[in-house]
Design a protein around this ligand. Structure first.
Ligand SMILES: NC(=O)C1=CN([C@@H]2O[C@H](COP(=O)(O)OP(=O)(O)OC[C@H]3O[C@@H](n4cnc5c(N)ncnc54)[C@H](OP(=O)(O)O)[C@@H]3O)[C@@H](O)[C@H]2O)C=CC1
Ligand SMILES: O=C1OC[C@@H](O)[C@H](O)[C@H]1O
Length: 385
């Protein structure tokens, strides 16, 4: 059967739109996705010149003619566009998503959480009528390694999960950045660690604790405690810590920072009854994980250190899951999911459904509230929380 072709419109011509689009137009066969393909029909920018430049710089020459450069509005209105990818700064995601949905388009929105739950509910209600709306899709969820890590943990071989520690932090040297225009620190652009980097620790926690077979009813977390160190220049968070607990499953400590570099050995650590699993750096795109059986388990497995049927069962083992070069950075796995959902008439992805996005949104709302965050909200106004 011919692959299902999905026609994309790209909103904004910045860093992540460029990376996403480069990956999007790679041959899907390079990642064994032979049932779908992607084509870019329109690129929108605040400047027509930038849109045209993006088309000639990012799209392969044979695809350039078929793509129209213009404004955001022109992309939403383009009848040849099925789905819109939104790569603007956080505080524009609400408005851009609303406009795209109102124009009847499906939406893949970059990780946002600048909304609050009410705003997310508004978008969800609109989308649920007839459009797919995938957000928080931090691509991490759709990388093959995310499935492998879940399989290892959920296999039951190491018993139940007890605690998860998840981090993503970089020293971006905030004092050197422009406080009004740099999206990482500007209040008006929803700056700070939580909104930009926080989705990654959180996505692992959702995959490990929320999607855990022990959480049969897919109950939301039973408690959320948040703390922020506020970056005084702009009122956003320089460092954030939040503890999320699922009563019958386990507890997670999540951290993020834009003022210090994380420990590369402690990206995501999952402590289980019978062993510890550590996901490789970086949290957003790891390519391997390590499992270390607990000492008690090692003795059980091989008390004398010999004679075990499987001598490797009691040793620390690293498992590699590299993204093939032919898949680029791998931002296309989430695009393939979007295409399959749309092809199959699904309005949400089972792997990243809207109820889960709502949980993450609620957690982030709570952390911002408890932490005294003064950054912008979905309508772009600063200092409103
Ligand atoms: N999933 C991932 O791995 C990543 C996700 N992101 C997310 O993507 C979003 C964009 O980040 P990134 O691409 O790094 O940002 P950039 O600053 O590189 O690009 C943002 C683009 O948005 C448009 N834009 C619209 N309004 C504004 C404004 N007021 N100020 C600046 N730009 C504006 C511009 O495009 P134009 O002029 O064409 O309209 C600009 O190029 C963020 O929400 C971020 O969290 C970022 C990096 C990685
Ligand atoms: O999504 C992201 O992942 C990588 C980070 O460097 C970037 O700031 C962030 O937006």
């Amino acid at each position: 059967m011919a692959p299902f072709e999905l026609r994309w419109g790209i909103i904004a011509t910045g860093g992540i739109s460029t990376q996403f689009t480069k990956d999007l137009v790679l041959d899907p066969a390079g990642r064994d996705a032979n049932d779908v393909k992607h084509i870019v029909k329109a690129v929108g920018s605040r400047s027509k010149e930038s849109a045209d430049k993006f088309i000639s710089a990012v799209l392969p020459s044979d695809l350039q003619e078929g793509a129209q450069g213009g404004t955001y509005e022109e992309v939403f209105a383009n009848p040849e566009v099925d789905v819109v990818y939104i790569g603007t700064p956080h505080t524009y995601h609400y408005e851009n998503t609303m406009d795209a949905l109102n124009a009847g388009k499906h939406v893949l929105c970059e990780k946002p959480f600048t909304f609050d739950v009410e705003e997310l509910d508004e978008l969800t209600a609109l989308a649920k009528k007839k459009n797919l709306f995938l957000m928080e899709a931090v691509w991490t969820r759709f990388h093959p390694i995310a499935y492998a890590v879940q399989d290892a943990i959920f296999s039951g071989k190491y018993g139940k999960v007890k605690r998860v520690f998840a981090d993503l932090a970089f020293n971006i040297e905030p004092d050197k950045l422009d406080a009004k225009t740099n999206r990482m620190i500007a209040a008006e652009l929803g700056g700070g660690g939580l909104l930009d980097l926080g989705p990654y620790p959180m996505v692992w926690v959702m995959m490990i604790l929320h999607q855990n077979p022990g959480n049969k009813e897919r109950a939301p977390p039973s408690s959320v405690k948040g703390h922020m160190r506020i970056y005084e220049r702009t009122g956003v968070d320089a460092s954030s810590t939040w503890i999320v607990d699922w009563k019958d499953v386990g507890t997670a400590v999540c951290t993020t920072s834009i003022e210090t570099q994380m420990n590369l050995e402690r990206c995501v650590t999952v402590q289980m009854e019978g062993g510890e699993l550590t996901v490789d750096f970086p949290t957003f795109r790891p390519e391997g994980y390590t499992i270390t059986p607990k000492p008690a388990n090692r003795e059980d497995a091989d008390p004398e250190g010999e004679g075990n049927a499987n001598p490797d069962a009691n040793k620390t083992q690293h498992h590699s899951h590299p993204v093939p070069e032919s898949a680029g950075r791998g931002m296309n796995y989430q695009a393939d999911e979007v295409a399959r959902c749309i092809r199959d008439g699904k309005l949400e992805s089972e792997r990243c459904n809207l109820a889960e996005s709502r949980i993450v949104q609620s957690v982030f709302d709570e952390v911002r509230k408890q932490g005294g965050y003064l950054g912008g909200n979905a309508k772009g106004k600063a200092g409103t929380r």
